[in-house]
Write a protein that binds this ligand. Structure first.
Ligand SMILES: Cc1ncc(COP(=O)(O)O)c(C=O)c1O
Length: 404
């Protein structure tokens, strides 16, 4: 086979099966309303939950970062790439999410990859011991890939049914006495396809009983859920009781880039020594670091913006339901609008764009067959008039397509 033949075939297969992802170009900054093909449309597909991606305070902080520290640091952290502001941000994150310390990565994807591979592969003793990982079935791709980087002979990788504590307990019971050394239970805090929250209080208890570590990826939760935006643990009453939290700076907290792992001081010290995407990859640029510091400061000073996000979410959920659409119930700003067939989700997403709403559809294999949906994501940046504009577009398209 010629080198590019397989690639060509696979692209063809994606197009035929209608799973080829198309990118829509946006001509403006990210906000409640964006410009697409010269037209202003309401944005309902962004992780810009707090509207900070283009908030004046965040933009100013990023500019200050460049003015004071330059564009880049031209180094990894342990050579000459650690600025005072890197440490300041790491302390702020730890304090916010309720752990002793934290460590920055260039994204949450690399944070998750960097965590598991280093914990499993970089410790000695696997000639006599194995580690064990119990992962929720719907965990994010970065957790799956992170665990795949663990050497097979060093770890036993297990998957429990989504949010099913009984299934997890059953697997732990089966493994009792197996002599695993380091055990971890891994879960997203909020699951991005459904907008549901992991059963953290039960998982905290199970991890304690089993002597395992609980790892929570709170990318869709920090700045988003909990009364003060401190994440899934705050929302479910277990803030400060999660062993390890990873998260992104690329969604609510400024929306640019960057991720972190937060946990015990000793763990963070270990990761600085052993985590390869940290050790061998460039430090986060000053503009992003300063903007993220500002984002956390804004939430420390005033949680009104989180309250606005929660109000907007409740408003949208109530009205979209009242129009007759079927949604997955919950409280998160991710609102899945269930449509069934992939073709319906595709057509509706296109029709809504024509009517002035930017929203994306999800279908198999991203979600189970027959459960195609549009995923609305609500932002604090939206005002009531803009939400109403989006809702009336849903009404027009929904009626025209005979969905409502
Ligand atoms: C749960 C979860 N973890 C990790 C990531 C990756 O974050 P980042 O964009 O910082 O790599 C995402 C982003 O989609 C996510 O939803």
């Amino acid at each position: 086979m010629k080198p590019y033949e397989a690639i060509h075939e696979e692209i063809g297969r994606l197009q035929e099966s209608k799973t080829f992802k198309r990118e829509t170009e946006i001509e403006s900054e990210q906000g409640a309303v964006v410009r697409v093909a010269g037209k202003e449309v309401v944005m309902l597909a962004s992780n810009n939950y707090l509207g900070l991606s283009s908030h004046p305070r965040i933009k100013q902080a990023a500019i200050r970062g460049i003015q004071e520290y330059g564009h880049g640091v031209s180094s990894v952290r342990f050579l000459c790439g650690t600025l005072t502001i890197h440490r300041k941000l790491e302390e702020k994150i730890a304090n916010f999410v309720g752990t002793e310390d934290s460590i920055l990565f260039s994204s949450c994807f690399t944070a998750n990859e960097g965590y598991f591979a280093s914990i499993v592969n970089e410790t000695l003793g696997h000639d006599t011991y194995r580690d064990v990982l119990y992962s929720d079935q719907l965990n994010h791709a970065s957790i799956i890939d992170g665990t795949r980087l663990c050497r097979a002979e060093a770890v036993s990788r297990k998957v429990y049914k989504h949010a099913d504590v009984a299934d997890l307990r059953r697997q732990l019971d089966e493994d009792r006495g197996s002599g695993f050394r380091f055990g971890t239970i891994l879960t997203d805090g909020v699951f991005s396809m459904e907008g549901d929250l992991a059963p953290l209080p039960e998982l905290v208890q199970i991890a304690r009983e089993a002597g395992h570590v609980l790892f929570v990826d709170d990318s869709h939760a920090v700045g988003v859920v909990g009364e003060t935006g401190r994440g899934t643990a705050e929302a479910l009453g277990v803030h400060g009781r999660i062993d390890v939290i990873s998260g992104t700076l690329g969604k609510a907290m400024g929306g640019a880039a960057g991720g972190y792992v937060a946990g015990k001081k000793e763990l963070v010290t270990y990761l600085r020594q052993k985590s390869r995407p940290y050790t061998f990859s460039n430090s986060l640029p000053p503009s992003i670091v300063m903007a993220a510091i500002e984002a956390f400061t804004m939430l420390e000073e005033d949680t009104g913006i989180v309250g606005r996000l929660h109000e907007n979410t409740a408003y949208f959920r109530q009205h979209i339901r009242a129009l007759g659409f079927r949604i997955l119930e919950g409280t998160h700003p991710i609102v899945p609008i269930m449509l069934g067939e992939a073709a319906v989700a595709m057509d509706m997403s296109n029709a809504l764009l024509d009517e002035g709403v930017y929203i994306k559809g999800l279908w198999y294999p991203v979600v189970p067959k027959g459960e195609a949906r549009l995923r609305a994501q609500i932002s604090a940046a939206l005002d009531k008039a803009t939400l109403d504009r989006a809702l009336s577009a849903f009404e027009i398209v929904g009626k025209r397509m005979r969905i409502i």
